[in-house]
Design a protein around this ligand. Structure first.
Ligand code: AMP
Length: 368
């Protein structure tokens, strides 16, 4: 029996624990929130990530430490790593937390990204717009997720409002990509360097929040899958990574641009619980404790629908053949992810039929 310490106590942590119990793993969480989705299933240290006494306490209880929240301070991860194995490596957190560092890192590995420029002042913004052109997206360098901390600029008249909308915080300006669709590649790397890659996922966002993933993504040529896998391998190898990593991509024609990476299990991998040979949660834990990794191929066809701000009646969801419901124990609030549904089917036609039944239910209950 091993104990894993997890920084962050949200639904990702909860799904990690649910995947880990059958492997005889135990969990200790740390999260500053008053209540957290893991509280129903595990014991938690309620403390800030900068609280060194609390960090020491979790190292004393854990054989290895991981995170389900990518904005854990890098200093905290390094403090922990000096005492107990921490996976993914703190360098991966560092690369992913700051959008300018992240895109520069991806480019340094020869992975294409949207054009971008650093913006630290109103003058920089002007220069960046001249260099990149409009439309463009202004994003804060740090603490942005689910479309938070970002504004689209369409005309020069938008500059002032955009600059104040992001709080004049250090930012990057990105060219607005007229993508064909959004894809994500997810993979796991073991302590021995072995890599297992999941099939590409097709993601649809609304208001900056992921709404639906389809997996495997339809109409993916072997060349496109190979391109995504090549980018993924470069990142994993460069960081000497251990655990699950997600890279979100824009597909433009036959090419891919990397938008961002997440050094953790990811929302666009939730389908793997029912839809893949081994779930992302189980594979992350296998990597962290040094167990052999599981295969990542899809079992049939899956769709994952996020429940945002509200959930349909369980009876209605579960009446749809192939639908599986995951509620996170969170109180509903507009824009908040409170659960998801995975629909699994043996063929694309059955998947489409199930989606036609589920989509109206999910849309009617969503808020935000
Ligand atoms: P992000 O927080 O960077 O993942 O952005 C959230 C969503 O905003 C993405 O999933 C896209 O739908 C959209 N988005 C972000 N950056 C761009 C961009 N450079 N061009 C077009 N759409 C974007």
């Amino acid at each position: 029996m091993k104990t894993i310490g997890i920084l962050g106590g949200g639904q990702l942590g909860r799904m990690l624990a649910l995947a880990g119990f059958p492997l005889d793993l135990r969990f200790r969480f740390m999260d500053p929130a008053a209540d957290a989705p893991v509280d129903l299933i595990s014991w938690r240290i309620v403390a800030d990530y900068t609280d060194e006494n609390a960090l020491v306490r979790i190292t004393e209880m854990a054989d290895a430490i991981t995170y389900e929240f990518e904005n854990v301070p890098v200093a905290a991860a390094r403090f922990l790593a000096a005492r107990v194995p921490v996976f993914p490596p703190p360098a991966a957190l560092e690369a992913a937390q700051d959008r300018f560092v992240e895109k520069s890192f991806l480019q340094s590995l020869g992975i294409p990204t949207p054009p971008f420029a650093e913006v630290s002042s109103r003058d920089d913004l002007e220069r960046a717009v001249t260099a990149i052109g409009l439309p463009a997206v202004l994003k804060t360098r740090r603490m942005g997720y689910d479309g938070k901390g970002q504004v689209v600029l369409r005309t020069l008249a938008d500059l002032d409002a955009a600059w104040s909308a992001i709080g004049m915080a250090p930012a990057i300006l990105e060219g607005f990509v007229d993508f064909d669709r959004e894809l994500a590649v997810l993979a796991v790397r073991g302590r021995d360097g072995h890599i297992v890659i999941y099939p590409l996922v097709w993601n649809t966002h609304r208001a900056g929040i992921l709404r639906i993933s389809i997996a495997p993504a339809p109409l993916i040529s072997p060349a496109l899958q190979a391109m995504a896998e090549g980018y993924m391998r470069r990142v994993l190898t460069e960081l000497d990574y251990v655990g699950m990593l997600a890279i979100e991509l824009f597909q433009v024609g036959d090419g891919l641009l990397a938008n961002e990476m997440a050094p953790r299990v990811h929302n666009s991998g939730h389908w793997t619980i029912e839809g893949a040979e081994t779930s992302q949660f189980e594979n992350h834990l296998r990597a962290v404790v040094g167990l052999p990794l599981g295969a990542a191929h899809a079992r049939g066809h899956s769709a994952m629908l996020n429940l945002i701000g509200g959930a349909p009646a369980s009876e209605a969801v579960l009446a749809v053949p192939g639908a599986h419901l995951h509620l996170y124990g969170k109180s509903p609030r507009p824009g908040r992810k409170i659960g998801h549904i995975t629909l699994r089917a043996d063929d694309p036609t059955a998947l489409a039929t199930g989606l036609d039944a589920l989509r109206p239910l999910v849309d009617a209950s969503a808020e935000g």
